[in-house]
Design a protein around this ligand. Structure first.
Ligand code: B12
Length: 243
């Protein structure tokens, strides 16, 4: 049974970095979602998330509703002495569900054929998958080919996946400094795929706060979902015109 909210059960919502203040409707959507999460009201959490994805699309849903609510939950956990872990788990599960359901809630663009996929993976030891799930949903809706390996992918499996899938780009998510591995990123950027004489190398995108100010030659460092999508579109969409 869901619990009623009390004064202690509120979440402080922030504005997305660099974004204009949210419009009233979005702000109230965030508040509704945050309250439902604090009450552990699964049905209402999922309804809020699905409605926002349906009305505004994945990128806006991630940046304007999911991200600020996750930040608020993270802050709550940090300041409340390890309490509200259950809220973080419940909200994460429903955010993931909404993102995975996005291709069922929205129209997809026709698939772009004949281009290499984007490979998405969390670095070893990294369990924070949600931003990559948002990328997966956005790429799928854009009709771009994508392979998702999910949480905590071992280094050898990452190398093998590059050889087997021949990706145009690999996005590596690291949420905290302890999981970011510069040698692994550099190794992947040097991992060739394709036939002898026509070898290609993936463009490595370092994503997430774990990478800090890291810069490795030949890698990209997108700051958000919108920017990441713009990079992938630039890399892959010219092929769309020839389809
Ligand atoms: C959801 C969540 C979980 C879920 C993850 C579920 C899942 N499937 O992903 C679960 C419950 C599993 C979890 C576990 C843990 N978590 Co956690 N978690 C979070 C939470 C609330 C959101 C994470 C998230 O999705 N962040 C992504 C977005 C929302 O946030 P962001 O990274 O700050 O966004 C910035 C950039 O990354 C960028 N950005 C945003 N979106 C995108 C998208 C793309 C494509 C790009 C390129 C950039 C980009 O823009 C933002 C502004 O700069 C955060 C709070 C927070 N502030 O992030 C804590 C948080 C990340 N977790 C934390 C911790 C400590 C843990 C645990 C160790 C807790 C524990 N004791 O079990 C474990 C670690 C597990 C592991 N080994 O990885 C700490 C990390 C502290 C640190 N810096 O090391 C945080 C910050 C909470 C806190 N306030 O202390 N967590």
């Amino acid at each position: 049974m869901s619990q009623p909210a009390s004064a202690d059960d509120t979440l402080q919502l922030d504005a997305p970095d660099g974004a204009a203040p949210r419009a009233g409707a979005v702000r109230s959507e965030c508040r509704g979602l945050a309250r439902a999460a604090m009450r552990l009201d699964s049905e209402s959490v999922q309804e809020h998330l699905n409605a926002f994805v349906r009305e505004h699309g994945v990128v806006a849903a991630w940046e304007e509703v999911m991200m600020p609510t996750l930040h608020a939950v993270g802050r709550k956990w940090e300041t409340a002495g390890d309490r509200f872990v259950e809220v973080e788990h419940l909200l994460s599960w429903h955010v993931s569900t909404a993102l995975r359901n996005a291709p069922l809630l929205l129209d997809r663009r026709p698939p772009v054929r004949g281009v290499p996929p984007v490979l998405l993976a969390c670095v070893p030891g990294e369990q924070h998958t949600l931003p990559l799930e948002a990328v997966y949903a956005a790429l799928t809706l854009a009709g771009l080919p994508v392979r998702m390996l999910g949480a905590a992918v071992p280094a050898e499996a990452l190398t093998e996946s590059v050889r087997r899938t021949g990706p145009a780009a690999v996005m590596l998510w690291s949420q905290s400094r302890s999981s970011a591995s510069t040698p692994l990123a550099a190794h992947l950027a040097r991992t060739a795929w394709g036939l002898k004489g026509a070898r290609q190398y993936p463009r490595v995108h370092l994503a997430g706060p774990g990478w800090g100010p890291t810069s490795i030659e030949g890698t990209k460092r997108p700051g958000g979902l919108r920017e990441a999508m713009a990079g992938f579109n630039e890399l892959l969409s010219p092929a769309r015109d020839t389809n």
